[in-house]
Design a protein around this ligand. Sequence first.
Ligand code: NI
Length: 394
Amino acid sequence: MNDVLAYIRQEAEKLFPEAVKLRRDFHRHPELGFKEVRTAKVIADYLRALNLEVAEGVGKTGVVAILNGDHPGKTVALRADMDALPIQEETGLDFASENPGVMHACGHDGHTAMLLLVAKLLSSMKSKLKGRVKFIFQPAEELSHGGATLMCQEGVVDDVDAIFGLHIWPTLDTGYIGVLSGPMMASADYGYVTIKGKAGHGSQPHKAVDACVIAAQSIMALQTVVSRQIDVLEPAVISVGHISGGTAPNVIADEVKFSFTVRTLSKETREKVPKLVERTIKGITESAGASYEFNYDYCLPPVINDDKAVDVVEEVGKQLLGEDKVIKLSKPVMGSEDFSFFQEKVPGAYFFLGGKNEEKGIVPLAHNSLYNFDEDAMLTGISMMASIAYKFLS
Ligand code: NI
């Protein structure tokens, strides 16, 4: 391990108890997306005490801070998400949520605590830093239209050369990281359809236009959009999760609504799916003499990791943690993450940080009322993020 990484590792160990303290404080006081007021204040106060340039109210409740190294160079951004979930905590931990119905059940408390300590650690090595580190504390990751898109609109990464982010990962053991070049997480979008027919008596279908039958045909036909019209080597999922319409068994329904989610791993497929879906629905409704309304909500692009940025993560991981601790994921995850908005602007890498520890009985279930992660993961996370920033700027 080179001297600087050894220094970072050693400092991270010293700072670790403070990370635990901060994490537990955030855990005790969780706040939902765009309501992270207390969280943002704790963050901003902490960063100001480090003498960083701090901006509050970025992307509504986000915080951005800049650390200037003593030497000129590039700008690297490190991002943590801050928000909690609308879940009633049932862990029984002594630092459990004091905010009824709200819980850090995805580890964002840990992400935030780690990034604060990374800011502290890197502040102690300004004389070794070339360029700038931008610390991005992003609100509302859990919302379908969340904080990353607003921060991007406000130009947060316009002056950034690369961005890195992580997520404590429930199925990976503490001490390990997982990463993948190219597509790593899916896009997530929603479609809303209303089929408009003509009401009538159940005994006289020829005098009506049956929206139930047309909706049923449309939903079945959507099953073939992926299997017949998308390249078999391009992952895509269309799942209809909601349908409603009609009033009584003997009344032909004049209107049926259904909605669906679409996941893809490329921008091209993401653009293609809604067009194919609408064409299918249009054809079926027209042939039946009905009409339709189609609304499509583009929520989150896919997380597509930049090869060079991933190289930095892997190199640092191998030196810092050991070759065997850096896991190349065998396949992408069809979950989504709004870190992807930053990656649409600048090259970046997102990686998973192991947070499971069976020996300690910590087997996290994300977005669950019993969620917890192994806090030792934060030692790995702090050293990784600080080393990545240093390495990228060197
Ligand atoms: Ni999360």
